[in-house]
Write a protein that binds this ligand. Structure first.
Ligand SMILES: *[C@@H]1O[C@H](CO)[C@@H](O)[C@H](O)[C@H]1NC(C)=O
Ligand SMILES: *[C@@H]1O[C@H](CO)[C@@H](O)[C@H](O)[C@H]1NC(C)=O
Length: 217
């Protein structure tokens, strides 16, 4: 009986296991035709005869990104939009730079688990489980931390020098839901009454956050 159950579990995992990440590719290469009018789950492939090394290349992560912005951090992507050859391959990278005091504010990636490797500096990082348990740690140069798929997570540079990481994703385009911006900088606005009731604060506080995160000029 136990053996039968185990067999069922293995078969179930084999049938549904692939749905945990980007679908597998069905050909050698499928360089994204980013300009194609046709939309599919991913991007249509350009003619294989027209594929070049440039489709599989970027130097975009070689230099630190500019961190002189509101949050003091910048994510530089090396995903399918920058490296079209990643289409259907289910992986991508990013580089994240942090000024001293900079934060990559709480966010989730709907399509990927993330693994970061610290290039320089030190970061306080963490994620929160669906049971609202914070799992956090300080990490430094050469160390690695993992943010499981879909969970809210953050990184903050509490050090006195800049920090940087390389982040790997098991998706060609992980997607990012920034919690603060999603709720307070959406267009059209999320109604004030939804936010006051959700956060148990007054309209004044909600309007203040909205004006900071999405200044109306
Ligand atoms: C392939 O490249 C040739 C020459 O640049 C161009 O004429 C042709 O339209 C391209 N084909 C596709 C499918 O992109
Ligand atoms: C950030 O710094 C760069 C280079 O020093 C400068 O060109 C840019 O205008 C700055 N951006 C902001 C928002 O201050």
């Amino acid at each position: 009986m136990a053996a039968l159950l185990a067999l069922f579990v293995v078969a179930f995992a084999m049938v549904f296991g692939n749905s945990a990440a980007d679908p597998d590719l069905l050909q050698d290469i499928c360089v994204a035709d980013l300009a194609a009018g046709v939309k599919v789950n991913g991007f249509v492939c350009k003619n294989e005869a027209n594929a070049t090394a440039e489709d599989f290349f970027t130097a975009g992560l070689a230099k630190p990104g500019l961190t002189n912005n509101t949050f003091g951090s910048l994510v530089t992507a090396a995903n399918v939009l920058k490296v079209p050859g990643l289409n259907t391959l289910g992986v991508s990278l990013a580089r994240i730079d942090y000024a001293p005091g900079g934060i990559n504010p709480p966010h989730t990636h709907p399509r990927a688990t993330e693994i970061v490797y610290v290039l320089e500096g030190e970061l306080d990082v963490g994620f929160i489980t669906t049971a609202n348990k914070l799992i956090s740690k300080s990490i430094k140069k050469g160390e690695i931390f993992v943010f499981p798929k879909g969970l809210v997570h953050f990184q903050k540079n509490n050090g006195k020098v800049p920090a940087a990481v390389i982040a790997g994703f098991n998706s060609q385009l992980q997607g990012t839901v920034n919690i603060a911006l999603t709720l307070f900088a959406a267009t059209p606005d999320v109604p004030d009454h939804v936010l006051t009731q959700t956060f148990q604060v007054g309209t004044k506080e909600v309007k203040k956050i909205k004006s900071r995160l999405a200044p109306k000029t």
